[in-house]
Design a protein around this ligand. Structure first.
Ligand SMILES: NC(=O)c1ccc[n+]([C@@H]2O[C@H](COP(=O)([O-])OP(=O)(O)OC[C@H]3O[C@@H](n4cnc5c(N)ncnc54)[C@H](O)[C@@H]3O)[C@@H](O)[C@H]2O)c1
Length: 467
């Protein structure tokens, strides 16, 4: 499951050969370890006139003890000062030694297309100062919430800018757009922390939408899920095992679930995470009721449910049997619908609960030989979007991650040439690790992510597939 190509071209001799013949050399991605700072370097903060997020950004950076610099703008400097930050000043003539791990630009003040040039003015000098594995964020207003068509147009234009910025970034640096609805400024913190940190290493060129929600609770950023119960399906191996470990790291008691045939592996994961395990096939008709009963009786309720279990049965549509079709739809989609219905009807979800689904970029872009799988995963995306307003009434959220090429047993079965193409055809020129998907899920799962509802974020290194 290891990426031998990346190892080879990052060896001294391999680097030389790859450079000579023009092969991509993927930058080793930095990942988070417990106790690490939010971001390992300074952050440059800028914004267009009349923006509304400077105070929210400054307060997150101050709480995380991040040193910032700003452009020569009084409103940004005073927001930083109010948050207790001593902001250095940055201009394009600042010494070349002044480098940044993060660039954050508040574009909410942009109301006309002529003002979009502010993006150029900030990022043109800024991107040359970004360190390896850097983070670039643009913050905007959702076009649907704009005051008039001109503002909606200019805000929609931010997507094209950010997706291109991500493609131009080098050395493991990523770029994302975060749309923050008016009135949801107090919901930005958890998303800012995730997207600035190495936790989002394999998330690139994405658009996140944040809406209004109840005031986020105070949490320990190292253990935001302390005291919470999380159910993770398909957790005996691969991405599911990484999700279990990551939610446990964040303080949750994880109830792992997998098929009876994998009970030994499941028990080993439960032991490693200090959690517990239940075995069942989620497509059995009694599964939703058994899950609800277990969560009620053993834990008094559940805070986080992660629908991760999934299968592939790849065949072109011409050769697809009914069994292959049904198996994939049942495991990947129908069982999740049935479990969600049971969760919502039974009252087993605790207040401020989180449901997270694992979709796939196949469900966005389609894939040769995967009509069944892509149908199921597109259905998962539809389910998330349809249920988001429904679960919001119970103070809960539902979101999805859409992984690209992740190094697991599932992708180890893919023929070598396609596997290598899958890795290289992305802005980061490599496959992701199960932990990259798990970190995105932990961000959704945090009690402080109440404003993040109905999102589908790809964890794919900005794969060219369906980009
Ligand atoms: N690996 C990737 O590149 C990739 C990309 C996109 C999406 N995904 C999705 O991520 C999820 C995890 O994938 P993975 O690569 O870790 O796969 P995996 O095959 O390693 O793990 C899937 C787990 O789900 C369990 N499972 C399957 N059917 C079940 C059932 N009926 N009841 C209970 N458990 C069941 C399996 O036993 C297994 O432990 C899946 O939903 C998959 O579609 C993976």
């Amino acid at each position: 499951m290891s990426d031998r190509y990346a190892q080879l071209v990052n060896s001294p001799i391999g680097k030389q050969i790859a450079g000579t013949v023009g092969l991509p050399i993927p930058t080793p991605l930095e990942r988070h370890s417990p106790g690490d700072p939010l971001i390992d370097g300074d952050v440059l903060v800028g914004g267009a006139d009349g923006g509304r997020l400077a105070a929210a950004v400054a307060s997150t950076l101050a709480a995380a003890h991040v040193d910032i610099a700003t452009e020569l703008r009084e409103d940004l400097r005073s927001a930083a000062a109010d948050a207790g930050l001593d902001a250095a000043v940055f201009s394009s003539s600042s010494p070349a030694s002044q480098r940044f791990k993060g660039l954050v630009f508040d574009a909410t003040g942009i109301r006309r297309s002529e003002q979009l040039v502010a993006l150029r003015d900030f990022f043109s000098p800024g991107i040359r100062r970004v360190q390896s594995n850097g983070r670039m964020l643009v913050l905007g207003t959702p076009p649907a919430d704009a005051g008039d068509p001109r503002e909606a147009t200019a805000q929609r234009a931010l997507e094209g800018f950010v997706r291109s910025l991500a493609k131009e970034a080098r050395n493991g640096t990523t770029a994302q757009l975060v749309y923050v609805a008016p009135g949801a400024e107090d919901q930005l913190d958890s998303t800012l922390r995730f997207l600035l940190s190495p936790k989002s290493a394999f998330v690139d060129g994405q658009v996140v939408r944040i809406g209004k929600a109840s005031k986020p609770p105070q949490v320990d950023p190292e253990r935001p899920l302390a005291g919470k119960v999380a159910l993770v399906t398909g957790s005996s191996r691969g991405i599911g095992a990484a999700i279990a470990a990551t939610l446990a790291r964040d303080g949750a008691h994880v109830v792992g679930l997998d098929v009876p045939a994998l009970s030994n592996d499941l028990d080993a994961v439960a032991q490693g995470t200090g959690g517990s395990a239940i075995t069942m096939d989620i497509t059995e008709s009694r599964a939703p009721e058994e899950i609800v009963d277990h969560l009620k009786n053993a834990h008094g309720g559940v805070d986080v449910v992660v629908h991760n279990a999934g299968i592939t049965r790849d065949k072109t549509i011409a050769a697809m049997s009914e069994d292959q079709w049904n198996a994939v739809i049942n495991v990947n989609l129908a069982s999740e619908e049935a479990i969600n219905d049971a969760l919502l009807e039974s009252g087993v979800l605790n207040k401020n609960a989180r449901i997270v689904c694992v979709a796939s970029i196949s469900g966005i872009a389609g894939n040769n030989g995967q009509t069944n799988y892509a149908t199921s995963k597109a259905g998962v995306i539809g389910m998330v979007q349809a249920l988001a307003p429904v679960v919001a009434k119970q103070d809960a959220t539902i979101n999805a991650v859409a992984p690209g090429f992740i190094e697991t047993q599932m992708t180890a079965k893919v023929p070598i040439a396609i596997r290598q193409a899958g890795r290289l055809m992305s802005s980061l020129s490599q496959g992701g690790l199960p932990v990259d998907v798990a970190e995105a899920i932990a961000w959704y799962a945090s009690p402080t992510s109440g404003g993040v509802n109905g999102n589908v974020v790809r964890v794919c290194g900005q794969a060219l597939l369906g980009a």
